[in-house]
Design a protein around this ligand. Structure first.
Ligand code: HAM
Length: 443
């Protein structure tokens, strides 16, 4: 009986990040990592799952995420756990659990990794997706908002991503939002007939969310809706003005968007998104804002905070094609025969140790097939060594770009190769080896 062959594919909405794409992700991670270091953020690695209650309380019971998008299950002891749909609530949980705020007034953290939301998969929307996120905990000053936005602005600049816009709003605070919420609710009650079913329900549970419904009739019905920016208290108005002045002083262009209300309940005051028209319906690349009440909501002493998260899949789509290209080898070592391979092995290792990209053949292959492979890899140099070369003490190197060929003393091969490789213009290296050549040049 022949065994049945079963093949598997990944789960709907869950994807692999393949070589070719992963280099582009590394380009984003590297640029973000450098900026985090420059801005004084430190990395925190958070668990993939947490107690369900953390998200229900932190994100808000009446949000889409908590109502219908969480991967929640009972573990073997019956405890309800949830695959994290976002990183802010876990970051604050860890901040409080480990008293990270005890050592300094302001704590700046960043994290990256997969998040899970049971959404309808479509272009740019996945059920397992990746975020890079950052949080500034302990400062309520508008300068913190400006600093965070400046970091993101620089990130887009470094990654040469254009065609994105920073949309900005203020959601007020506990002093002005309750009254505004009521005013909005009254307005929405008068428009029930024109609202979609979801928005009719949200009128009672989460009226602000009605403002960012994509449904055309809901948008028309709310065209004259009262907007929170016109109902801010004095403190929120002044905070908002100082944020916009700070952005203007740094020449960071922003677009006021009074309908930007965000899908998580913890926000107050400054909220923002970077959007693009290049990704279809899923137009938000970065989202974030201030959440001054969350630390206290999760059981800590009150502490203001602000943060953002960017979607890796969406960001990678926007990267210009020349960024994050896989790097071609610096050298292809074509060794012919066992003796030549034995001679070449320590040389290859020595060069790799210094951070050069060296490719070589496993086992026997003709010179012709090795040269074909060297060409295919895009290597800049090829070194040819066989029994004859070893006997004569002269090896051959060829520059595959200029086609110039020379012979070198086999005894001085390491020095001579190093000399040639060091003078190469930097390749579009996806991830320079730490301490290697690329790293030195980058400084
Ligand atoms: P968020 O707006 O829910 O905010 O997500 C941030 C970004 O994650 C979005 O702008 C988008 O790029 C990406 N994203 C969200 N859902 C998906 C999905 N299903 N597929 C692909 N990408 C997605 C937060 O998560 C907040 N925790 C941000 C924050 C940090 N606020 C304060 N601190």
């Amino acid at each position: 009986m022949t065994p049945t062959r079963k093949s598997f594919s990944s789960i709907r909405g869950v994807h692999d990040i393949l070589p070719g794409e992963s280099e582009r992700w590394q380009a984003i991670e590297r640029a973000a990592g450098r900026l985090f270091a420059a801005f004084g953020f430190r990395e925190i690695r958070l668990p993939i799952f947490e107690a369900t209650e953390l998200f229900a309380r932190g994100i808000g019971e009446a949000t889409d995420i908590v109502e219908k998008e969480m991967y929640t299950f009972a573990d073997r002891s019956g405890e309800s756990v949830t695959l994290r749909p976002e990183g802010t609530a876990p970051a604050i949980r860890a901040f409080l659990e480990h008293h990270l705020g005890a050592a300094q007034a302001v704590t700046k953290l960043y994290y990256w990794g997969p998040m899970f939301r049971y959404e309808r998969p479509q272009k740019g929307r996945f059920r397992q997706f990746y975020q890079i996120g950052a949080e500034i905990i302990g400062s309520g000053a508008p300068e913190a908002d400006v600093e965070l936005l400046a970091l993101l602005h620089l990130l887009f600049e470094r990654l040469k991503i254009d065609g994105v816009r920073l949309e900005l709003n203020s959601l007020g605070d506990e002093a002005c939002r309750p009254a505004y919420r009521q005013t909005l609710q009254r307005f929405l009650e008068s428009k029930q007939a024109d609202l979609c079913e979801n928005c009719r329900r949200r009128t009672a549970t989460n009226p602000l969310r009605v403002l960012d419904c994509k449904n055309e009739s809901c948008r028309e019905a709310t065209a004259d809706a009262p907007m929170i920016v016109d109902h801010l208290c004095e403190a929120c108005r002044s905070h908002h003005d100082r944020v916009t002045e700070g952005l203007a002083a740094l020449k960071i262009v922003y677009h006021p968007n009074p309908r930007l209300v965000r899908g998580l309940d913890y926000y107050n005051r400054t909220t923002f998104e970077w959007t693009t028209t290049k990704l279809g319906a899923q137009n938000a690349v970065v989202g974030g804002g201030r959440y001054d009440g969350l630390v206290a909501l999760l059981g800590g002493d009150p502490a203001p905070a602000i943060g953002f998260a960017l979607g890796m899949e969406r960001m990678a789509e926007l990267l210009p094609p020349e960024l994050g290209q896989p790097a071609a080898p610096d050298l292809f070592m074509a060794a012919l025969g066992e003796q030549a391979r034995a001679w070449a092995a320590p040389l290859v290792l020595a060069l790799r140790k210094e951070g050069y990209r060296v490719e070589t053949e496993y086992g026997d292959a003709s010179l012709k097939s090795q040269m074909r492979r060297a060409d295919k890899t895009g290597a800049r140099w090829v070194c040819i060594v066989g029994e004859n070369e070893l006997t004569s003490g002269q090896i051959v190197v060829k520059n595959l770009q200029t086609k110039a060929q020379e012979t070198l003393e086999a005894d001085r091969a390491l020095d001579e190769l190093r000399l040639r490789l060091a003078s190469l213009p930097p390749s579009p290296v996806s991830s320079p080896p730490p301490g290697g050549r690329g790293e030195h040049k980058a400084r």
